[in-house]
Write a protein that binds this ligand. Structure first.
Ligand code: CP
Ligand code: NVA
Length: 309
């Protein structure tokens, strides 16, 4: 049984197989009728559960679309309508989910709870974001990069702002797929001890911290940022906002990168805060493509979790 929990726990060859499957699935939906027929029923007779403790627009919708387009069914589980945490244990809840569902997508606060689900479930678990990670998003970003530019191996990715959950999944991906990642932001918002230990243990050559944003962005192939305040974070003080303002991604900042650099943001964005408004009009900005590709990549994740390749 394949769980999709974190990118550092899935062998690079398997990540590559998921990326390859996503390419085939996307091609199939773009006019290859024979191929499309083979995919459009591959989740027949399966039910995918979606349980989200936090808000979501893209992840929930793209998983629903992915499942329905592959011939499966979706069960949307509302946390305020089930007994979990209000009179029933996680273990007992997992036993019920395992009876009636085939795969479960979770968006949770605590990463530990994700692993508890995985320990007690007899069905595959997919991490749809925790406070610490967002692997579906980051594998989609890699897919989107490779679709436009070819292999990400050896490329330079620069992350601006706050070293958050999406950033941590980028670190995992950098080790697995061998690209270089630079963090540029105020020291206070830099990588956690856990992230630094992960890099140290795995491959410290793939990671650099560069406090000067213009130096950081030189020669970048991909520039990425995210909201400074994630769903689980507290509000920032005025002085923190001012410090972070030096790392706002603007058209001017990315003009110091490679001419064909791409800009990504997982969305939702605080336009004008971590990223200037004008960048969304720029051809280097591929945020809509990232969002569209969530569905294609997640089709491949579902297929992999269900043992279809
Ligand atoms: N990028 C992303 O995961 O968006 P949602 O929070 O809308 O799912
Ligand atoms: N870092 C953001 C990502 C949202 C998709 C958050 O966790 O809120």
């Amino acid at each position: 049984m394949n769980n999709f929990l974190n990118l550092n726990e899935i062998a690079p060859k398997k990540l590559e197989a998921i990326l390859e499957d996503a390419t085939k699935v996307k091609k199939a939906t773009r006019g290859d009728a024979a191929l499309n027929e083979c995919y459009s029923s591959c989740l027949n007779n399966t039910i995918t559960g979606l349980l989200f403790e936090k808000l979501s627009t893209r992840t929930r919708l793209s998983f629903e679309a992915a499942v329905l387009k592959l011939g499966g069914q979706v069960s949307n589980l509302r946390k305020d309508e089930i007994h979990l945490g209000q009179g029933e244990t996680l273990q007992d809840t997992c036993a019920m989910f395992s009876l009636f569902l085939d795969v479960l997508v979770l968006r949770l606060y605590e990463e530990e709870k994700l692993y508890e689900f995985a320990r007690h479930s007899k069905i595959p678990i997919i991490n749809g974001l925790t406070n610490e990670s967002h692997p579906c998003q980051v594998l989609t970003d890699i897919f989107t990069f490779q679709e436009i530019k070819g292999s990400i191996t050896g490329k330079k990715v620069v992350w601006f702002g706050v070293a958050n959950n999406v950033f941590q999944s980028f670190l995992h991906a950098a080790v697995a797929l061998k690209f270089h990642i630079v963090f540029s932001g105020p020291a206070k918002f830099g990588p956690s001890k856990k992230m630094l230990e992960f890099i140290q243990k795995n491959n410290s050559n793939i990671f650099t911290i560069e406090p000067n944003p213009i130096v950081a962005v030189e020669n970048a192939d991909l520039v990425v940022t995210d909201k400074w305040v994630s769903m689980h974070d507290n509000k920032l003080s005025k002085s923190d906002l001012d410090d972070l303002g030096n790392f706002r991604v603007t058209n001017e900042l990315i003009s110091f990168a490679k001419a064909d650099v791409l800009f990504m943001h997982c969305l939702p964005a605080d336009k004008g805060q971590e990223v200037s408004l004008d960048i969304f009009e720029d051809k280097r900005c591929v945020t809509l493509k990232e969002a569209e590709n969530r569905m294609h990549l997640q089709k491949a994740i579902l297929r992999w979790c269900l043992g279809l390749f």
